[in-house]
Design a protein around this ligand. Structure first.
Ligand SMILES: [Mg+2]
Length: 244
C-alpha cells in the first residue's frame, strides 16, 4: 500500500501538544544528542510496516514453535510484556538465533511501503545535534528503512539490538548503553523521540527530554507529543535556536 510519509499538513490544530508533566519552559536549550526510534517513528504507522512485521513474527512462531496462529499471538503478547520484545523472549526461552529471527521478520518489500521524505530530510539537516537511530531492530533493517526514506546521510549512527548487547528498550541498560555509544554522559542533554509511551519512561526517569510521536493522543510521561516526526523542531524550537 502506498504511503505518504509527509502527508499531514502543518495546519493541523494538534500538530504538537505539550504534556502537563513537562512544560517546555523547563526543558534544556542545549541538547547535544537526539535519539530517534526507527519503526513507526521516522515514518507514520499508516505505512503499514509494523503490521507486516507482526505477520512475519506470527509466521516465525508458528513455524519454529509448531503453534497455531492464536497461540502465537498469546506468546507474542506475553514475551512483549515480560521481555520487551518477542525476540528477547525467544532468545531466553528457546535459544533462537537473533540474526536468523530478525532476517526473517524484516524480509518485507520495504521499498514499496516507504518512500523518500524530503521534509524529514531537511528537518534532520537543520539539527546541530548528533542524530542517532536507537532501535530494538537490527542494523540491516535500519539501513534499509533509512535508505527508503532518503535520509541515510542525515543519521550519524545506528544503535541496534546487537550494539546494545541484546538489551532492548524499555530496559534501562539499553538506554545506558545507547548513551555510552553516543559518547554522551549527560542524559539531560538528550532527546528521545519514540512512538511507544513505555519506551519513553526510562528515558524520562534518566532525565532525557521525551517526545511521543503518535497521530493519536496518548497518556504517558512524555514531555511533548507530536503527530509526526517532522513536527519535532516546531515542537522543540530550542533544538535549532542555539545553532550559532
Ligand atoms: Mg517504534
Amino acid at each position: 500500500m502506498p504511503c505518504r510519509a509527509s502527508g499531514l499538513t502543518l495546519s493541523s490544530p494538534v500538530a504538537y501538544t505539550a504534556n502537563v508533566n513537562g512544560p517546555e519552559t523547563s526543558l534544556p536549550m542545549t541538547w547535544r544528542v537526539v535519539f530517534f526510534d526507527l519503526d513507526d517513528t521516522l515514518y507514520p504507522p499508516s505505512c503499514g510496516v509494523w503490521p507486516a512485521i507482526g505477520e512475519r513474527i506470527q509466521a516465525f512462531l508458528m513455524d519454529r514453535l509448531g503453534v497455531t496462529y492464536d497461540e502465537a499471538t498469546k506468546i507474542r503478547r506475553g514475551y512483549f510484556e515480560q521481555y520487551g520484545t518477542t525476540l528477547n523472549g525467544l532468545w531466553h526461552n528457546h535459544s533462537v538465533d537473533p540474526s536468523d529471527y530478525l532476517e526473517f521478520v524484516h524480509d518485507l518489500p520495504l521499498e514499496e511501503m516507504l518512500h523518500p521524505d524530503p521534509e524529514l530530510k531537511s528537518m534532520l539537516q537543520e539539527l546541530p545535534q548528533k542524530r542517532i537511530v536507537f532501535t530494538n531492530a537490527s542494523r540491516e533493517h535500519a539501513v534499509r528503512v533509512l535508505a527508503c526514506l532518503g535520509i541515510s546521510s542525515e543519521i550519524d549512527a545506528i544503535v541496534d539490538l546487537f550494539a546494545l548487547e541484546m538489551a532492548n528498550k524499555p530496559e534501562t541498560v539499553a538506554y545506558e548503553r545507547a548513551l555510552e555509544l553516543a559518547g554522551e554522559s549527560d542524559p539531560g542533554l538528550c532527546v528521545l523521540a519514540d512512538d511507544m509511551p513505555r519506551n519513553l519512561v526510562p528515558a524520562k526517569v534518566m532525565g532525557m527530554t521525551t517526545v511521543l510521536v503518535s497521530p493519536r493522543q496518548q497518556d504517558g510521561v512524555a514531555d511533548l507529543q507530536i503527530e509526526r516526526i517532522t513536527d519535532l523542531t516546531r515542537a522543540l524550537p530550542g533544538l535549532v535556536a542555539h545553532e550559532n
